[in-house]
Unconditional design. Structure first.
Length: 645
């Protein structure tokens, strides 16, 4: 640094929140405050002042929020996030010349020293501020200077609080220091808080051996709304290819009438911008979306970037695909798995600009049909720059769009996809099945820097993942995993059949379902005996009625003396929720729980109410520890709302 560079005496560093030095934006939701902090200091003992500057892009005009000293040279301020979109923010700080002068003036006067020279400096400072000010403040400062000629107590005049306030509004910021601009993506609430229900529309009918229609699937929407879900997620609804079609249970033995996998997208009737003729028309789909909206839900679509060998792209743009030396197109493989019914796209082909533009147009097409949430299939097998570009450009036009990353892969890859723009991410929740595993994992998601960019969507099951605990644990396991997913995270989901305790694997050791509806039509008995529909509805109602469950960063694990029981609490605006889950679906477990008395606002020995929300029972507790019994035969979990008497 040259000694002739502009003087910036104040240091601003360690600005938070930021991701990778500002390379990626942090994430927040509309209507909230972004809490910004930074280390701010300078040489000497003078006072400092500063602001958080912010603007909603593409607006060029900056707004400001004052910084307040916290402790040990740490300062903090807030940014009101009033609308969905992208914001920039920076921290700017400067020497508070007038404040420092005023402080020294008071000290000298209190010590009985002559302050005449200081008062002359004060006149100069006020005069300079008046030149920077405008309007009422300029008039006030000018009149103040005029009034000094007539006053007998000039010292008292300079110590007036209204003068200090006016001077603080017009400081000399010519030598202010600013941090680099950082960004925050502001999403709508659904990005943070939602309950997802996944269903295959073709399996919502009553006649075996044929596809249901959108109209029949629409008739099922009230059932889903009554269960308390906010998002209805549909696997691909497009035409399905014939070449390489998979038969039942993913076999190559295709029988007449086998519908194939919905992820083998495209045939002679259309591709990613068409709907399967058996489901109906685009107009039928539009009516389905409108019906969901009328019930307070929204529709999420699967965005699977792959093609059947019969997809129109194969004929129209063969250059978009991988080719073998003999000129044939290569189907997808993930050894030992083979996907003979799918062609992957070559994102780095010579015509990649046209390919990327076309893929973006698919998203925009479905947005035009009322879809603003997309579950993206296997994004980790596509280039990171593509996702950063696609999500960024789509959200420039449609900032309310939500993208969920279905990426069950290596941790760093999952994190990078979230940084690159995905609003939500699938997680390892399905494979975390002990209290110790869940504590460690959820602390990582909610208490490390991942909390700034990674919103974990805890799906309890998927069409591809039927964990052993559900295969063997029966009803208690389904109840336990539901409560954990729904209360550990504000965004979670289930795949249809979960509420019916569907849990038969393809074979021992497999996480695939036997007779999976990925490869065949299903006719479900939605009133199957032993179902937990009422339980699902109750858990979702508890979520909606308790704001503490709408957030993840407030998760705190509580002390518990039984290694088979997981206990945790959440608090938001006085709403206190305590959860205890028996993660052993086979045996009753008893445990002593350490209660969150600090959240309730009571001391040990003071009474408070504990309302068990699943059963409706209310008790009065008055101690730091509570003994509980969680019996899988009755209820493996308890959810309490704690309130002061």
């Amino acid at each position: 640094m040259s000694r002739f560079d502009p003087v910036r005496p104040v240091v601003v560093e360690a600005v938070e929140p930021q991701i990778d030095g500002g390379r990626f934006p942090v994430k927040r939701e509309e209507g909230h405050l972004l809490e910004v902090s930074a280390d701010v200091f300078a040489d000497g003992h003078g006072l400092l002042a500063g602001v958080v500057k912010y603007r909603a892009r593409p607006d060029e005009r900056w707004h400001e929020s004052p910084l307040q000293a916290v402790e040990n040279d740490r300062w903090a301020g807030t940014v009101p996030l009033e609308k969905v979109g992208r914001y920039q923010f920076t921290v700017e700080a400067w020497r508070d010349v007038f404040g420092s002068w005023r402080s020294d003036l008071r000290k000298k006067a209190d010590a009985g020293e002559d302050v005449g020279p200081e008062l002359l400096d004060g006149r100069r400072l006020v005069k300079e501020a008046a030149a920077r000010a405008s309007g009422a403040d300029q008039t006030f400062l000018a009149r103040f200077l005029d009034g000094l000629r007539a006053t007998r107590d000039e010292l008292a005049e300079f110590l007036r609080d209204d003068l200090a306030a006016a001077m603080a509004r017009h400081p000399d910021r010519s030598q202010a220091t600013s941090s680099q601009p950082l960004e925050v993506v502001v999403d709508r609430e659904r990005a943070r808080y939602a309950a997802w229900y996944e269903m295959f529309p073709r399996s919502q009918g009553t006649a075996p051996g044929r596809s249901a229609t959108f109209a029949e699937a629409q008739a099922r929407l009230k059932y889903i709304a009554d269960l308390g879900f906010d998002v209805v997620y549909l696997p691909p609804i497009h035409p399905i290819g014939h070449t390489g079609r998979k038969g039942r249970n993913n076999s190559l033995d295709v029988r007449p009438g086998d519908p194939g996998s919905p992820w083998a997208i495209g045939d002679e009737t259309g591709g990613h911008k068409a709907v399967h003729p058996d489901l109906g028309t685009l107009e039928d789909f539009d009516r389905f979306v409108a019906a969901a909206r009328d019930l307070g839900m929204e529709v999420a679509l699967d965005f699977a970037i792959q093609c059947s060998p019969d997809h129109p792209y194969v004929r129209e743009h063969p250059e978009w695909f991988y080719r073998r030396p003999d000129g044939s197109i290569r189907y997808a493989e993930n050894p030992p798995k083979k996907y003979q019914d799918i062609y992957p796209l070559n994102f780095y082909c010579q015509d990649r600009e046209a390919l990327w533009d076309e893929l973006r147009s698919i998203v925009l097409f479905w947005i035009s049909h009322g879809v603003h949430t997309f579950r993206v299939d296997n994004p980790h097998t596509k280039p990171f720059p593509f996702w950063e570009w696609l999500i960024g450009t789509v959200k420039e036009e449609h900032p309310d769009t939500i993208f969920l990353a279905e990426a069950f892969t290596r941790p760093k890859v999952m994190k990078y996809l979230a940084k690159a723009g995905f609003s939500q991410s699938y997680t390892y929740f399905t494979w975390r099945n002990t209290p110790a595993e869940l504590r460690e994992y959820m602390i990582e998601l909610t208490q490390t820097d991942m909390r700034e960019y990674f919103r974990g969507n805890l799906f309890a099951n998927t069409p591809d993942i039927l964990h052993e605990v559900l295969q063997r644990g029966g009803k208690p396991a389904f109840q336990m995993r539901l409560v954990l997913a729904a209360t550990l995270s504000p965004v979670y989901g289930i795949y249809s059949g979960f509420e019916l305790l569907e849990g038969t694997p393809l074979h021992a050791g497999s996480e695939e379902y036997l007779n999976s509806e990925k490869y065949e039509y299903k006719v479900w008995d939605w009133d199957r005996p032993g179902n937990i529909k009422d339980y699902v509805s109750r858990v979702n109602a508890i979520r909606r009625q308790n704001l503490a469950l709408h957030y993840s960063k407030n998760l705190r694990f509580q002390g518990c003396d039984n290694d088979n029981v997981l206990a945790y609490a959440k608090e938001h605006q006085g709403n206190v929720i305590l959860v205890a889950a028996n993660m052993d679906p086979y045996h009753p477990q008893e445990a002593g729980l350490m209660l969150p008395l600090d959240y309730v606002g009571v001391e040990n020995g003071e009474p408070f109410h504990a309302e068990e929300l699943l059963s409706g029972r209310t008790e009065t507790w008055d101690s730091l520890w509570r003994h509980v019994r969680l019996d899988p035969a009755f209820n493996p979990c308890s959810i309490w709302r704690l309130t002061k008497v």
